[in-house]
Design a protein around this ligand. Sequence first.
Ligand SMILES: Nc1ncnc2c1ncn2[C@@H]1O[C@H](COP(=O)(O)OP(=O)(O)OP(=O)(O)O)[C@@H](O)[C@H]1O
Length: 257
Amino acid sequence: MAGSLMGVAIRVENLTKFYGGPTGTKALEDVDIAIEDCEFISIIGPSGCGKSTLLRILAGLHGFDTGSAAMFDEGVDAPRDDVGVVFQTANLLPWLTVDKNLTLALEIRRGKAAAEAADVGAMVEMLNLKGFEDKYPHELSGGMKHRVAIGQALMQNPRVLLMDEPFGALDALTRDRLNIELLRLWQRDRKTVVLITHSISEAVLLSDRVLVLSERPGRLIADLKIDLPRPRDPSITRDMPAFGDHVVELSRIMGVV
Ligand SMILES: Nc1ncnc2c1ncn2[C@@H]1O[C@H](COP(=O)(O)OP(=O)(O)OP(=O)(O)O)[C@@H](O)[C@H]1O
């Protein structure tokens, strides 16, 4: 497993979360997860099972009722500077151009000098947005906006990247391309990544481990190690028998075959 000697980055123990108090909606129940530093984890599960809730708790955006959530041995109770978050919807500022949107979070968190020193050109290139640096969000396609949102998080060079279904709204080709870029980036920089996805094959392609949550209230029902060699190339990895085996196993766990 990647980073097996590097220690635990994220530890969640007996985590339970209600919306609206103990008589309200129970979103998560007794969730236990340990994620190693530099590990790539995907979380899958039925719609409404609590995946986004878990990610928001890890991002320090939601509280919880019982149990604990820690990042690098510190309790999570607020957003951290070394954690980048990418949400389902790209929340770009409409009055800023692509390159200004890309450095916005960096500027807010680390100051103007850090934003000016950042290599925006390399990020624009990586996101396949060359020629759109000076465009405003309303001039971009939905997929392009998502790419900028992912770029915003990556610009901060975070230690941990939390991604909530970031590719869900993208066309298949763009999604493939971003998967390849994400693999390349992760192989180069080895961040801890937690990805929420509805795509079993995407989870298998990208991850060291895939965690499966049950129907709400989300409980951890499977923790599958993905035994596929790295570096991974989608066109080669998807043809490996082990890839198909993992997809079938997860589909069975999810009850979709
Ligand atoms: N702010 C909120 N207030 C009340 N209930 C909420 C809130 N956010 C989420 N919930 C409820 O908590 C449960 C888990 O929601 P969550 O968004 O975490 O699920 P999810 O697995 O990410 O879903 P999806 O895959 O459809 O995005 C759902 O029943 C949802 O209705």
